[in-house]
Design a protein around this ligand. Sequence first.
Ligand SMILES: [Zn+2]
Length: 394
Amino acid sequence: MGKPGVDRTLSVLGIGLGVAVAAAAIVAALVMGTGFSLSTAASTSAVATPTRAAASAASADPQPTAEATPEPTPETVTVTVTVPVSSATTVGLADTGATPAASTPATSSVGTTPAATTPAATSSTTAAGAAAAPSAPRTPRTGNLFEGAYFSPYTAKKPSVGGVRLATLPDTPRLAMTGTFIVLDPGHNGVSDATIFARQVPMGGGKKKACNTSGTQTDSGYPEHAHNWDVVVNLAALLRERGATVILTRPNDASIGPCVDERAAIGNRARADLVVSVHADGNTARAARGFHIITSRSMAGGAAVTSKSLAMATTIRDEFAKGTGMPRSTYTGAGIAITRRTDIAGLNLSEVPAVMLEAGNMRNTGDAALLTSRTYRLKEAHALAAGIQKALGR
Ligand SMILES: [Zn+2]
């Protein structure tokens, strides 16, 4: 490991064209913003079985099987995709724990991944995918590709990297939201750990803040993260029914997901049409109630993205109020239930339109009664789906 990355790259490339192409495929998967979701050879034939299996495991199971599986080695995570035609592809991908920016040099990722250079080299369809990548590395892909939805087997101690892409099912007809990419961020994490509060990450404007916080809870102890997760799961289903491709920033409500800066990066890598972060507030003024939507005053995407986010927030606000009956915030948002802030990393760092919902005040008795109701949370999901669809002009 004394050699610099360039030397290592050259030696990898020197092995042969097949290996180089395979390396490019891994790189393409990273650059295309799939995080840990690997674009495998199975994609071109739209294999239904692994799609459903992976998607359902990622979306709905609150108690991931990952907990029961043995821990992988810290540096390498392996995912196996079985293709019905009796062939199987195993691809290793290094989990460095670092945030892989979209511009991360591909060579370093591949060079440090021992498993990546072996089995994938035999796949010709992987090469085809790699060939298409360099020309448009940041364009969201459309269609019914199986993206190999994958989530890390968390140890619940370390923030993860990457999103969970829930691809549309094969052979669905064109629907109202076909071709759209929506990133849904269920705020906070299923479990909390002091290390994530201590870890500092960029929040935009040259400043830093904690990787994440625990979130709030109702007086009776119903945690915000559970509310956020439940709303997002329902919302994801509704959007997918309408043809959208949905990407979640965390895979379950039983582990620690990515830091807030990485959540923004997930939306950026996907070139999402919209990122919606779902939260509920914890204002200690007990009489304070109502929902509001937060937007950033200055986003990485520039003035156009910032103003587009504000416009979308307005549309979503109206649909949310109409669909849920929740009043506008009485304690923030200047009566219009929209606040513009500078301290929200997930919004500041977004290169694509992004908004954050504060669904109500969990410390208010009236709001808490709603937010703890499963029926009401389904209402929230329906209202958000309507708002998102309208905001996208679909
Ligand atoms: Zn929150």
